[in-house]
Design a protein around this ligand. Structure first.
Ligand SMILES: Nc1ncnc2c1ncn2[C@@H]1O[C@H](COP(=O)(O)OP(=O)(O)OP(=O)(O)O)[C@@H](O)[C@H]1O
Ligand SMILES: [Mg+2]
Length: 248
């Protein structure tokens, strides 16, 4: 693992009017590392993800990428630093096929940028899906006809296709069946094996224990614990999430 953390947040706070969503949050992830962000509804997980992905600005605190302080000006900034996010709603274009969705906004052009290089996009998309070990029935099918798991795979392919160092996934398995979830978890493992770090927001403790190196628990906008996965248990994590007393 690299000595300098890939991403480190210090003292991040964010309020929405009177609602304090995050308060003095410290968070770190190294390369490669898979870290789960867990916590009850409203604990601040999505808010933290949005700050890391440049969608929201923190009221205070500092973000460092590979040791250097960064100042985001919008959602494009983290992308330039190799940080990509797969959102809960996936943001796919239903009437486009897999290739078009993977290349959305980053189309490969030929002939001085006038024509899209369809052949190359097809080849590269296929190669990329093979690397991630993702099987889709047809990459020419409009994504509206794909299953939830397949759509998730397309969204992940899109996020990982650009030399990303860190992929953030907000509830990637929430709407998926057992087999589809397994596919997504496998992709996370493949990413880690290829030196890509992953922040995974999840309510599914079993999934969290299956694939993460570390688990960070948020409660009421604060980090209450960060544990190596092998050094904790589902029972302890659930206790930390709910705030139940250890003495009980
Ligand atoms: N845009 C917003 N405007 C006002 N309040 C917000 C906004 N976004 C989040 N909040 C509030 O901030 C707190 C943290 O919300 P957040 O969405 O980060 O929680 P979460 O941990 O992702 O929850 P869940 O598990 O339900 O997705 C909540 O009290 C929520 O109501
Ligand atoms: Mg959320």
């Amino acid at each position: 693992m690299d000595a300098v953390p890939l991403l480190s947040l210090k003292g991040i706070s964010k309020a929405f009017g009177a609602v304090v969503a995050l308060e003095g949050v410290d968070f770190e992830i190294s390369r490669p590392e898979v870290v789960a962000l867990v916590g009850d509804n409203g604990a601040g997980k999505s808010t933290l993800i949005k700050i890391i992905s440049g969608v929201l600005h923190a009221d205070s605190g500092q973000i460092r990428v590979e040791g250097l302080p960064v100042r985001y000006t919008g959602p494009e900034s983290p992308k330039l630093l190799g940080i990509e996010t797969v959102y809960q709603d996936l943001a796919l274009v239903n009437t486009f096929d897999t290739i078009q969705n993977i290349y959305l906004g980053r189309e490969i052009t030929g002939l001085g940028g006038i024509f899209l290089d369809h052949k190359r996009m097809h080849q590269e998309a296929k190669k990329h899906l093979t690397t991630l070990d993702i099987n889709l029935p047809s990459i020419r099918k409009k994504v509206r006809y794909l299953s939830g798991g397949q759509r998730q795979a397309v969204a992940i392919s899109r996020a990982t296709g650009w030399g990303a160092k860190l992929i953030i996934m907000d509830e990637p398995t929430a709407a998926l069946g057992v087999k589809e979830s397994r596919q997504v978890l496998k992709v996370v493992k493949t990413l880690r094996a290829s030196n890509v770090s992953v922040i995974l927001v999840s309510h599914n403790i079993e999934h969290v224990f299956a694939i993460t190196d570390r688990i960070t628990v948020l409660r009421h906008g604060r980090v209450v614990a960060s544990r190596q996965t092998h050094a904790t248990s589902p029972e302890e994590i659930v206790r930390l999430i709910t705030g139940a007393s250890l003495a009980q």
